[in-house]
Each structure stands twice: as structure tokens, then as C-alpha cells.
Design a protein around this ligand. Sequence first.
Ligand code: SPV
Ligand code: MG
Length: 294
Amino acid sequence: PPATAQIAALRAALANTSSPAIAMAAHNPLTAKLAFEAGYSAIWVSGFELSASYAVPDASILPVSTHLEATRAMGEVQPLPLIADLDTGYGNAVNLTYVVRKYEEAGAAAVVIEDNVFPKESSLRAEPAGAKRKLAGIAEFQGKIAAAKAASSVLVIARTEALIAGYGEEEALKRAGAWAEAGADAVLIHSKARTPDEVVGFCKRWDGRVPVVIIPTNYPQLGFKAAGELGKVGLVICGNHTVRAVVEAVRRTYKRILEEGGIEGIEGEIASVQEVFKLQGDGEMREIEKKFLR
Ligand code: SPV
Ligand code: MG
């Protein structure tokens, strides 16, 4: 069913451009729940994270059913708005219509579609020498935005890769303007520059018709407060910090156990079994047991 309360909450958060909402990436229900407990405002159902969790490239390899199920399952265990990363939208405006209905049914509060062409590849990947990334046509992508809006009540965040693909600020402004005109609730301006300059430049010239969303992976110097001071950013997405934290922590633990010839040394440095029980909702199960088990 539509996540009416989460949609309203996310819409209001996006509008508060002096103090952007912060979304954390997650790749499964457990990490979504941890992000909720930590105090984030929304969950980014990241294509990069989910692909990484299957140990495959973020290049339109996983089927929509896998991402849709991950989204649905994250919504079952925590209450934050889910921002679903739909990559290129799984086809054209017709395909997207059917896909967005499924995401609404799964409880997403927003979908993000990007103007890459299928099959996409990670925006953060270095381009092969001499290659210039092709982007979707403006009219075609506007059709997809309008189709997504018409399909459901979820928010539509339209992303442009103009800066990533090397087409420059003018093209980025033109595309973002076209996305707003087509009905997007927010525009996501992505950059892989190593400084915030590109995104800051874009924000300075953006007319603020709809809020801006950013994913500052490559320019981490831009803190949340500074993003708010730009006056245009309604949402900052931490795009991949869950899977990166997991890889690091898991590797360290695995290594220590083999090196130390046992599991005793690591005991105080990993979550206790009791903590994991709690995350699994053991308390609720006890209640059910008490009431109904005879
Ligand atoms: C993702 O997290 O899947 C994103 C952000 O789309 S990025 O990987 O930077 O393209
Ligand atoms: Mg993605």
C-alpha cells in the first residue's frame, strides 16, 4: 500500500532547504534498521549497495524483482521513508509506469530515476579512455518523469548525470529545469568531482523551483551544514557508507579470528548475540509466545 505518512514526511523534509534531511544507504533490512536507530531521516535503497551485497557490478545486472523485494523488506522492519534507486527506470515510460506502481505497493516513499541509458554503469567509475557517456534525450526523459508521476503518489526525484558525463553546468541546469518542468518533485545533481565546486556552482545558479538532492561521495569535504548554507539542497544522501563499513569491519574480524587461532579475542569487539536478538525483534516474539503458545 502507499506509504502515505512517509511520503508526506519526505516531502516536508525536502522542502526544508536550510537544513537538509540526511539519508543513509542500506542494502538489506538489518542495515536499514540500524540506520533508523542511528537517527537518519530516510533510507537510500542504493543500487550500488545492493549490487555490492550480491558481489556484482552496479551495471543493470540485478533484476528489478531483487531491488523491489529489498525495498519491501526494509519497510517491514523500520519506519523511515524509503528512497528507491531505480537506475534508468527499467525501460521506457511504459515500463516505468508498471514498475513505479510496484514500488508504491512495496511501500517506497520516493523513486529516483537517472538519465543514463540502459544498461547503466556506476557513476563513480572512471570512464574508459576516450569514452563519453551517452545520456537519455531530454524529451524522452521528461516523458519518463511524467509517467512516473502519473503512475502513483510516490515522490519522483529526477537525476541528471550531465556533470558526471562531462557535459558541463549549462547542460546540467538545462536538464534539471526540464525535469522540474516535467513534474519532478526534486532534482538530483550528481558529481564525481573531488571538490564540491561543481555542485556548489550548480546550486548557486539553480532557481530553486524544486529542491536539490546530492550524493557527496567524491567530495566529502562538503558537510551537512555547508550543504544547508547553499539554500537549495533538501536532501543529502550518504550513498555507500553502509557497505563500505561492512566490508572493512568484516575483513578485520575474519582476519583476527584466523590469526588468533580462535574466537575469544574478538568477543568484546563485535555485537553480542543479545544485541542481534534485539535487532531481530525477539521482544515481540516473546509477547506472541506469552499470549498464544499453549
Ligand atoms: C547508488 O548508491 O546506487 C547511487 C549513487 O546511485 S552512485 O553510486 O554514486 O551513483
Ligand atoms: Mg545507483
